[in-house]
Design a protein around this ligand. Structure first.
Ligand code: ADP
Ligand code: MG
Length: 344
């Protein structure tokens, strides 16, 4: 069932077309990531959904209620939408309990119990209740901001780069904790991020924005495996992109003959993710594909650069396990797992 419908939304700020005819459906109970480079319009879209900005044209509906249609608008506080932004924006002069309780009427029955319950939901200790925001770490502040937003029992939760100020390890923990909390509460969530790894691991639907346009949306797997174009492919991860000639589901390219998806034919560009390519140092095999020009040790995963023989292409980078690493100068064969993707 569709919870939120965004239909033909455009927004212009003097010279900048921040959003250009965006349409997107958000499923009830789902986790959607809106991903795109800085300035692509992510925050603008979220602010329009939340009700802090008015679209020039287009409609936003939530559970069938019209929230905005370019003229009329339902004010933000009446939309039943929670939002947590990058800064968290806690009230600095209020302690944790007062921050979390902000949206809950004073004197309401069970208010304290509810605040404690919200604190438990975001996995913070009870002894935090009397602390002020400046006495909390960045991650703890974000949890309090999330608890405050959850306290209003939103129909939809919007997260605008809420983890971006945190260090890598903490960011991953927070992302998992937040996904857990929101899933347990059954709240539909839209996460905005410029971090593709975060988007792919958090969401069951990913929407890619570029220069105010929706480039592609779908499951993380489908976007990662079948990106619409070269730019989207490279935005979502490392990719080996090669010119090829395709016939009958097979591509002739610098790696030899490779199976491809779809039913395309002719001169195309194909894409492989690095983990689809295995470097084989098999001296007994005379069918060598290239020479190792660089080996970058990275712990569990290493990157091997291979210069292909007989082609004027830059070396291709292959992610490989650190077990049985080839050495610089080795001649290697490249084995392909799965199908290459053909750009349309
Ligand atoms: P993102 O969140 O993806 O980084 P934004 O939605 O913040 O992108 O911005 C999209 C574009 O709109 C940018 O070019 C930005 O400079 C512009 N923009 C955003 N808000 C305003 C505003 N209030 N006034 C003028 N330009 C704005
Ligand atoms: Mg932004």
């Amino acid at each position: 069932m569709t919870l939120l419908t965004i239909n033909g939304i455009s927004k212009r700020y003097s010279r900048v077309q921040a959003l250009d005819n965006i349409s997107l459906d958000i499923e009830a109970g789902g986790r959607t990531a809106i991903v795109g480079p800085s300035g692509s319009g992510k925050t603008t879209l979220l602010r329009i959904i939340a009700g802090f900005e008015q679209p020039d044209t287009g409609r936003v509906t939530l559970e069938g209620d019209l929230l905005a249609d370019g003229q009329a608008t339902v004010p933000a506080h009446k939309r039943g939408i929670g939002i947590v932004s990058q800064e968290g924006a806690l009230f600095p002069h209020l302690n944790v309990a007062e921050n979390i309780g902000f949206g809950i009427a004073r004197g309401a029955a069970g208010r304290d119990a509810r605040i404690a319950e919200l604190l438990d939901m975001v996995e913070l200790d009870r002894n935090m209740l009397t602390r002020r925001p400046h006495q909390l770490s960045g991650g703890q502040q974000q949890r309090v901001a999330l608890a405050r937003a959850l306290g209003r029992q939103p129909r939809l939760m919007l997260l605008d780069e809420p983890f971006s100020a945190l260090d890598t390890g903490l960011r991953e923990n927070m992302r998992k904790a937040v996904a857990r909390v929101l899933q347990a509460a059954g709240i539909t969530t839209i996460l905005v991020t410029h971090d593709q790894a975060e988007a792919l691991s958090f969401a069951n639907q990913v929407a890619v924005l570029r220069e105010g346009r929706l480039v592609q949306s779908g499951s993380p797997q489908s976007l990662y495996r079948q990106p619409r174009d070269r730019e989207t492919a490279l935005f979502l991860g490392d990719a080996v992109i090669l010119p090829a000639i395709v016939r009958d589901g097979l591509a002739d390219c610098a790696l030899g003959r490779v199976a491809v998806d779809g039913s395309h034919a002719g001169k195309v560009e194909i894409m492989l993710r690095p983990e689809q390519i295995r470097v084989v140092t098999d001296e007994s095999n005379s069918n060598y594909g290239g020479r190792v020009v660089e080996v970058e040790f990275g712990g569990a995963t290493c990157t091997v650069s291979v210069s292909l023989e007989g082609v004027a292409l830059p070396p291709i980078l292959i992610k490989t396990s650190s077990v049985a690493l080839p050495a610089r100068g080795d001649r290697v064969r490249l084995d392909i797992a799965g199908k290459a993707h053909v750009f349309m």
